[in-house]
Every structure is written in C-alpha cells, then in structure tokens.
Design a binder for this molecule. Structure first.
Ligand code: AQP
Length: 328
C-alpha cells in the first residue's frame, strides 16, 4: 500500500492557501493508501511564536483537518513533537546534508533575506534536515505539497540517495505530489506573493467572518484589462482568483473564461466570493462541532501511537546501519 505523508506548521491561522493547496488534496488522497498527517509544531519554532498561540494553532489545525472531511479511521494525525524519533533522526541526518545546499534553499533565503545574520536561528537553516527526517521516518512514498515545498522534498531525495549509497537500501525514496490546480494561491493584495499564514497581508483565513471574506475578495487587486482570462504573468490577480474558483468548483480555466466572457470583473469577483464563502461557512460549522466534541484529543492520541510504532522501527534500522547499535 502506498504511504502519503504531509504536515502543516502551526505558525498562524490557516489560510485559504493551506486549505486549497494542502488540506483538500489530503481529502482526495485519503482513500488511496495509508495517510499520515502531522502538525509540524517543531518546525514552527524556527521563527518567534507565542506559546499559547502555538498550542491553540496546533489543535485548530487538527480540527480543520477533520472538518474538511479527513476521516480519522483512515488518516493518522499527530503532533510532531510527541514522536521523539523525528528529532533523534534529524540529529543523525544532519550529517548527510551540507551547508552549501542548505543555504541555497529558497525558503531559507526568503525568510531570512531581511534578517541580520546574528538574528537567524540555526533551526531555520536546518529546517530541511528535520523535514527529511519527518519524511523518511515513515517509509513515505508520496509527499503531497504545494509548489513552495517541492524543493524540500527534492533535497530529501538527495539525502536518501547519498545515505543509501553509503549504507545500502535503508531509506525509502519519497516523491513530491503536487496538486494540478491550486498548488500556489497568491495574496489578494499582492498577487505575485504567496498567500502565507505568517504574512497576513492579502490572506483569507479559514476563521475569518463571512462578510470579511466577501469584502476581501471584492477588493482583491486585479488589472485594467477587464477580461477574465488566465495569464499569470500579465494578469496575476485575475489568474489567482480563477485558480481559487477552479479549485473550489472543479471547473477548468477554459470553462471559467467562457462563463465570464464579456462580463465585468465585479461580476466574476461576486461569484468567486460566493463560492469561497459557501465552502468556508460549511467548514466553520463542522469545525465548531469538532472542537466541542473532544474528538481532537482522541485523534491525536491514536495518531501518536500509530506513528510511534513505525518511527521506532525506522530509527532502529538507521541506527543499526550506521553503527550506533546492533539489534537482533
Ligand atoms: N498559498 C498557498 N498555496 C498553495 N498551497 C499552500 N501551502 C501553504 N501556502 C500555500 C501549502 O500548505 C501546506 C502547509 O504549509 P506549511 O504550514 O508547512 O508551510 P508553508 O508552505 O510555508 O505555509 P505558509 O502558510 O506560508 O506558512 P508560513 O507562513 O508559516 O511559512 C504545504 O503543503 C504548503 O505547500
């Protein structure tokens, strides 16, 4: 059976980008194999975060996973920090990735470009090492991610190749799995920038009130051209709205272009706003029910047990291969 593994960092409130680019894809894939999802709380420590916020964000992610339709009978969900093998394996694997390649990672460069070297924590630099450990710990086949995370899966593949060349066939080679549409939802106020939890300008949050969502979409930045057609380079705002609309309605760009031919941007935006508001309204209702039901703690407990069993075996296999222990 194929195994899928993915995660979300509890660095802030979930956005429509996280929902379309990640969570919706998890729901589609859950019947297709063994799915392991975790809340990447250790990864969220790479930039300063308030402890109470971190705790709340972590629970909220699980509640949104379930609200979006992830079935706890089919999907295993846990907190990364509760399975200690992630950290232990990362300590080992950091010896198989190099400073040069880590400093070339786009996410590292983006997140630290305005920071002074003296203020950059080591965790943000070694982020890909922990992510590689997250992935290989579960003998993962596929890592469903948005486009921004593909580079991290690629460096994990380099590591696996390097490690296996030295010690034999110990780590499973993973692959990134990217959504065909919606892999990169952009900011509504600056559509050449990714919609991001930690940079809330132009974001739609899953817990925004519905009027606010409508307003945000109606005032999304577009262009002067007035034709609803897909052109990422010259019409990034309209293309972004088309991506959102397409992801939530399953309509192709051609169908959308036909539907709004000769119509004004205002009409198109109203329709996008309606679709987004309907989707999020339904999600918010289920989310509140789940938070009130106590299901989050139950799911996390079961998920931790499932994940720990697999993680323990992989860590022992690695330790054994590199000469730390010898097991029967
Ligand atoms: N704008 C986006 N469009 C499509 N997919 C997205 N993802 C994030 N933003 C978009 C996908 O969501 C998953 C979880 O991401 P993450 O929390 O691990 O880190 P991230 O990619 O860095 O997401 P954010 O929201 O931008 O977080 P911060 O601001 O903390 O860095 C991933 O699969 C990601 O591709």
């Amino acid at each position: 059976m194929k195994r899928y593994l993915s995660a979300i960092k509890p660095t802030g409130k979930l956005t429509l980008g996280n929902y379309i680019g990640a969570i919706k894809q998890f729901v589609t894939l859950m019947n297709d194999g063994d799915m392991i999802l975790f809340v990447a709380d250790l990864h969220s420590l790479t930039l300063p975060i308030n402890p109470e916020e971190l705790r709340n964000n972590s629970r909220n992610i699980v509640a949104y996973y379930l609200a979006a339709g992830l079935d706890p009978k089919k999907v295993h969900v846990f907190l990364q920090s509760e399975v200690h093998e992630h950290s232990e394996l990362a300590i080992i694997l950091q010896n198989y990735l190099y400073m040069g390649e880590l400093s070339r990672m786009t996410q590292f460069k983006d997140k630290t470009q305005k920071m002074n070297n003296e203020a950059i924590g080591l965790g943000i630099f070694t982020y890909p090492v922990l992510m590689a450990a997250d992935i290989v710990l579960y003998d993962t086949d596929y890592v469903p991610v948005g486009e921004d995370q593909v580079q991290h899966v690629e460096i994990t593949r380099d590591l696996v190749h390097r490690f296996n060349k030295r010690y034999g066939d110990i780590l499973k080679m993973p692959r990134a799995l990217i959504r065909q549409s919606g892999a990169r939802i952009m900011s509504l106020s600056d559509p050449i920038k990714k919609m991001s939890k930690s940079d809330p300008k132009g974001d739609i949050f899953l817990d925004d009130d519905l009027k606010t969502i409508h307003k945000k979409i109606m005032s999304a930045v577009t262009d002067m051209d007035c034709r609803v057609c897909y052109d990422e380079t010259n019409k990034p705002g309209i293309s972004n709205l088309m991506t959102i609309y397409s992801a939530l309605t399953n309509k192709s760009f051609e169908e959308i272009e036909k539907e709004f031919q000769g119509k004004m941007y205002g009409e198109f935006k109203k329709e996008v706003a309606k679709v987004v508001v309907d989707e999020i309204a339904c999600l918010q209702t289920k989310y509140q029910e789940i938070l009130a039901s106590g299901l989050v703690d139950k799911v996390l407990k079961e998920g931790k047990e499932y994940a720990s069993t697999i993680a323990e075996k992989t860590l022992k296999r690695v330790q054994n291969a590199i000469g730390l222990y010898r097991y029967e």
